[in-house]
Design a protein around this ligand. Structure first.
Ligand SMILES: Cc1cc2nc3c(=O)[nH]c(=O)nc-3n(C[C@H](O)[C@H](O)[C@H](O)COP(=O)(O)OP(=O)(O)OC[C@H]3O[C@@H](n4cnc5c(N)ncnc54)[C@H](O)[C@@H]3O)c2cc1C
Length: 493
């Protein structure tokens, strides 16, 4: 192995994962971060005695975090602990139906068959098929580079290709779910998983029905201290093994010469490096950091995944009917996604997600109060009149929640902060404020994500939610792994 110096642009979850892996292999790794803090989208804030996780709230596949501690040879229990949730999420429908989704699949099937028009066996068969799709495709689509010949020569890929017809890539997720279930509430329930990668269930392919496996087969978890502990513990681990962070240091350019990386430019300084990994969104990486390199137009012009509008509310009451994760479905799901992806607006009846970490972490809100992270899916920032959209959406959300929960919610809000797609774009430099990079609204989307390496500039690599395999914490952790694996393999050859 060569003693390379590696610079990583950005300390998002994928950047830190790649850094920890490469440092553990003996490389000299430094991270340059524009913000004063690590974690990018995975951050938090405290105000008026409330603590809020600002970005991700759903934690699945903790084994991917565990791997990083194991690789770095540090005991995870000294840094990060978490517990499994027995209830995944509470669902509220416009017709008055309430459904609390148990984490155990047999209990789930039993409970769903009581609430919805469905046999237990139909649910269990559906979940078995979700798991099968995941097992068949994870090594091709998630755990290895889609853009390296070696991936296609593996036994697993061959198996996936032989089972192509079972993957339901030729129909959209909603049509697939409609072939299995009759009850529109259950179809809406399973259509919701398209939002886990910021896509529309009416366009994303049926193969995305593998997503429920992540939470229904592997479980959902809550990190002690909240989601921000993921960032904090990885940052501490990285520092403990000798990775240097440079905060408040925006990288202005990745310097290349004759198709080879030379280093980075930040302010007036040039910092040489053998390898550069960009954890910044792939669109600004090309547009701002690599102005001299030819950008892959087709890849960069792909439709972006959805963004979000979030109201962080301090609520002066506790709600026994609510849990850590709560969904209040819209009456017309199709119209909601048409608004987001076609009209670039938020519908008047959006599905509302409330995350309440004080249900698990009592000190996240004052006594007798709760911290509500109240989120609706939103279009990306294309210059809409966000101030007007925020005012109207706030009215619509409060009206909906007040009606369903039988309270005057306006009277209960004693703290408010708002995050909209413009803020997400500004704080994390994600193109148009999208949450997961490109959307997966076509069956070719996975293949159109940018590879984890540059094919025109040597020693230039990428990781994070906007490149392969995509956004969301587990996918970003895989992205960091794929990038580190490719670098290590090529340094040995
Ligand atoms: C509101 C919200 C809710 C979400 N919910 C979930 C969820 O429940 N579950 C889930 O799994 N995922 C969720 N996600 C998605 C998840 O947060 C992301 O997929 C993941 O955190 C992205 O990590 P990343 O490594 O791509 O980097 P990012 O978090 O995008 O960070 C990139 C970093 O690079 C830095 N940077 C960019 N340009 C430069 C530059 N020129 N110089 C220096 N630094 C630079 C940025 O400042 C930033 O810190 C959510 C995201 C948001 C915003």
């Amino acid at each position: 192995m060569k003693n390379y110096k590696i610079i990583i642009v950005g300390s998002g979850i994928a950047g830190m994962a790649a850094a920890i892996r490469l440092k553990s292999l003996g490389y000299n790794v430094e991270i340059f971060e524009a913000n004063s803090y690590a974690g990018g989208k995975l951050t938090a804030f405290k105000s008026n005695d409330y603590r809020f996780d600002m970005g991700p709230s759903l934690f699945t596949m903790p084994n991917l975090i565990e791997d990083l501690f194991e690789i770095a040879n540090k005991p995870i229990e000294n840094y990060f602990t978490y517990k499994r949730k027995s209830v995944i999420c509470n669902y509220f429908y416009e017709d008055g139906t309430k459904f609390s989704a148990p984490s155990d699949i047999y209990e789930f099937a039993k409970s769903a068959s009581v609430t919805f028009d469905v046999e237990e066996k139909t649910i269990l068969d559906y979940l078995y098929n979700c798991q099968k799709k995941y097992d068949l495709t994870s090594s091709l689509f998630l755990e290895n580079s889609l853009h390296k010949i070696s991936t296609y020569l593996s036994k697993n890929t061959l198996k996936a290709l032989l089972n192509l017809t079972k993957l339901d890539i030729n129909k959209n997720l909603s049509d697939y779910n409609s072939t299995i279930f009759k009850d529109p509430r259950l179809i809406q329930f399973y259509n919701r998983f398209a939002t886990y990668n910021g896509s529309s269930p009416y366009h994303t392919p049926g193969i995305m029905s593998m997503i429920p496996s992540l939470e229904q087969s592997f479980g959902t978890y809550f990190p002690k201290g909240g989601m921000h502990q993921i960032t904090k513990s990885l940052e501490k681990l990285a520092k403990d093994i000798g990775i240097q962070f440079h905060f408040n240091t925006k990288v202005d350019e990745i310097i290349t010469k004759r198709s080879k990386v030379l280093g980075i430019k930040t302010g007036k300084s040039f910092i040489p490096s053998d390898i550069v990994i960009s954890n910044a969104d792939i669109v600004p990486t090309y547009k701002k950091l690599l102005p001299q390199e030819k950008a892959p137009k087709k890849i960069l012009s792909q439709e972006r995944s959805s963004s979000a509008l979030i109201f962080y509310w301090g609520i002066t009451k506790t709600f026994p009917d609510l849990d850590l994760h709560n969904i209040f479905f819209s009456a017309d799901y199709k119209n909601e996604f048409k608004s987001i992806f076609q009209d670039q607006l938020i519908s008047d009846d959006p599905t509302v997600y409330i995350n309440i970490s004080s249900k698990e972490e009592r000190t996240d809100a004052p006594e007798g109060c709760e911290n509500w992270f109240t989120m609706v899916n939103a279009p990306t920032n294309n210059g809409q009149d966000w101030d007007a959209i925020i005012i109207q959406t706030r009215i619509n959300i409060i009206k909906k929640l007040s009606r369903v929960l039988k309270v005057d919610l306006n009277q209960l809000i004693n703290f408010e902060s708002v995050l909209d797609p413009r803020d997400i774009e500004k704080k994390t430099q994600s193109y148009q404020g999208s949450l997961y990079g490109a959307a997966s609204n076509s069956k070719f989307s996975a293949f159109l994500r940018h590879p984890n390496f540059s094919s025109s500039v040597s020693n230039l690599y990428f990781c994070g939610g906007s490149v392969h395999p995509g956004g969301g914490i587990p996918l970003c952790l895989w992205s960091g792994k794929i990038t580190a694996d490719i670098i290590h393999k090529s340094s040995k050859s």
